[in-house]
Write a protein that binds this ligand. Structure first.
Ligand code: BEZ
Length: 219
């Protein structure tokens, strides 16, 4: 069965470009993003890993660690780094898991339908990981899951935006509307009465009885 939001992210031990890691221990008390790519030395993946490298500082500011994974061996990840820098201008300083035996890929349901059992003789179309993203909270629970096909590069600014929303809504009794960005008005959740809304947020606007908006609370 596939993993769902609120499930505990499965723990594992894996070889990475920064040594052996125990996943939960590596996450520590902060947030984490585990994201898979299909195959090293392929064009879309090269742009994706470089884009994540460029955003790493933004994620760090939010106490979010990043870790990539594919079924390529760790040595191959290492050899690919120069190409990523050449193509995107960014150095990959986050760890990459070499999941040769597909252990983590299977644990996190990252393989497409019809995938094989090992990485031997694979082609990108069969037992390579698809483009999965798991955002994991400090409680080790899964907060967000995304799955994209092989040929569509992800928008990692959207992951950053979603992290901003999740970190805000974890602290305050608010939700964020469609296309919300940092600093824009937020929605007061149904759990907050009108009386409490005034006490907590000061002024708010009632657009519909169930849609009340207020200024974004400060962190
Ligand atoms: C790519 O990164 O360009 C790619 C990888 C696997 C399948 C298709 C495209």
């Amino acid at each position: 069965m596939s993993l769902r939001i609120n499930d505990i992210a499965p723990d594992f031990t894996a070889e990475t470009t920064q040594g052996t890691i125990k996943f939960h221990e590596w996450i520590g008390d902060g947030w984490a993003i585990l994201f898979s790519h299909p195959k090293n030395f392929t064009p879309v993946c090269t742009t994706e890993l470089g884009t994540m490298a460029g955003l790493e500082g933004e994620f760090r500011k939010r106490n979010v660690k990043i870790i990539g994974i594919s079924v390529d061996p760790v040595e191959s990840h290492g050899k690919w780094q120069d190409d990523i820098k050449t193509a995107t201008g960014h150095s990959v300083n986050y760890p990459l898991i070499g999941d040769k035996d597909l252990k983590v890929a299977k644990l996190y349901d990252m393989l497409p339908g019809g995938a094989g059992e090992t990485s031997e003789g694979r082609t990108p179309a069969d037992n390579a990981t698809v483009r999965s993203v798991y955002v994991i909270g400090p409680d080790k629970k899964i907060k967000l899951v995304l799955t994209y096909p092989m040929t569509t590069g992800r928008n990692f600014d959207e992951i950053l935006r979603a992290v901003d929303s999740m970190q805000l809504t974890a602290k305050h009794q608010v939700a964020t509307p469609a296309n919300w960005k940092q600093g824009e008005d937020v929605i007061i959740t149904a759990a907050v009465s009108n009386e409490d809304a005034i006490k907590r947020f000061g002024a708010y606007e009632t657009i519909l009885p169930y849609l009340r908006k207020t200024k974004q609370p400060s962190a």
